[in-house]
Design a protein around this ligand. Sequence first.
Ligand code: FAD
Length: 481
Amino acid sequence: MKKAIFWFRRDLRLEDNTALFHCLNDFDLVIPVFIFDKNILEKLPRSDRRVEFIWHCIQHVKNKLNDSGSDLIVIHDYPDQIIKLAKEHQVDAVYCTEDYEPDAISRDQFIGEELYKNNIQFRHFKDTVIFAKKEILNQQGLPYHVFTPYKNTWRAKLHVSNFNHYPSEDQLGKMAKLESSTLIKLEDLGFEKTGIADKKIVAANHAHELFAAFKADKVRQYKENRDFPGISGTSFLSTHFRFGTISIRKVVREILELSDVSEGRFREGCDTWLNEIIWRDFYFQIMFNDPHVVQSSFKPQYQHFPWLTDAELFKSWCQGQTGYPLVDAAMVQLNTLGYMHNRLRMLTASFLTKIMLIDYKMGEQYFAEKLLDYDLAANNGGWQWSASTGCDAQPYFRIFNPMTQSKKFDGEGLFIKKYLPIFADVPTKYLHAPWEYQKELHALGITLGKDYPRPVVDYAEARKSTLICFDEFLKNTPKSE
Ligand SMILES: Cc1cc2nc3c(=O)[nH]c(=O)nc-3n(C[C@H](O)[C@H](O)[C@H](O)COP(=O)(O)OP(=O)(O)OC[C@H]3O[C@@H](n4cnc5c(N)ncnc54)[C@H](O)[C@@H]3O)c2cc1C
């Protein structure tokens, strides 16, 4: 009897799972395993939404496996335990989903070599993205650094085989018969509850519900609504893509099917949304092909850019205390929910890097700690785009004006009022630049500097000095450096 271990990592689902499908196809018996990796967990604060989210996903997979007479073996240890387990169970192979992060690649290389020494195969399969690694190359056979031509080639190359359904769910009978065990408690992993399970948009088993709601209605106005944080206009699927609780092929397949039978805004919405999915693939291939981005700027020229590290200013940004309401409301959303709307990720990142001139790596790290959907490739790509150090980044002289952004994208103050309740009963026109209405606000019981901060930096002055700083730096730094 041929046996294998299936190692769940960032593909926490039983259905339409490529690697699991191949594992079930190739072997008579499959032992499912998940490792709570101490290398990762030991570095995290005791209250971490992601660990709790994963815990719920694992519980969900475990319950489903129990329904088919199996169980999930859950280990709280270092990833090399997979080698010990493979030897103990005398399996022929370990199968898993391919991971593109540099640390994960080194881990897998080590594990693969050790397994190989023991005559155990180690196979990975693409499941996280539609196109990976070097599948989309330019005419010179090189990876793209600019999104639009990447997107055009991505779309031209897309074939039904790229979004096949792999019916892993139909073969669960081949999972090893295991007695069901109790999942290790979150507390025993060393973590506290954060209450994330109560937040529906990020709840572990809601991916399919979210996608159904998106397809049924939201997609129709996605193109118009997606930039307005006060409207629930996006899919909120990023966390699910991060942990693989929904198949990326399923969403692409179904969005294309919907697009085919739709017209007008429905079709435009599908198309616009698909572009966002392509951005995701784009950043994955950048990280894989140019892994230096993880440590330093994509453009080597910016290696020694004189970013500031002002601790007080940085703290005001982190805590949503800058005195710019939309920036602050966004940071409150991040700190309380572990999520931030895309327009606001761009605004807050621009504010930190271009108004405060603070090192993008500090902001990148803060987002990494707080975001439930934190993904190294997309987060790094988004930060370097905002800081103008990345590939296909916005030009350095493009600096988001927080007042204009606020008027344009939260004109009625729906978002600001939701996350900064102090402004709940304040007329909208005071919200976008409250320092200009100090008297009026005072009459409403709000004193700037006491109840809400005065601006910690002056936008116009900061913008001017940032432009001078970039101009000077670029004048004195050759492009090749
Ligand atoms: C500074 C900064 C940091 C970011 N950090 C992350 C991160 O850590 N993890 C993450 O998933 N996204 C990140 N993004 C991208 C984007 O903000 C989120 O993917 C999006 O807000 C998630 O909400 P949604 O699922 O409702 O998106 P939707 O609008 O419904 O988009 C659908 C999917 O497309 C993908 N997507 C959308 N926009 C982008 C983008 N610009 N880059 C890459 N993929 C995209 C996501 O997987 C998303 O779930 C970041 C953007 C910026 C500017």
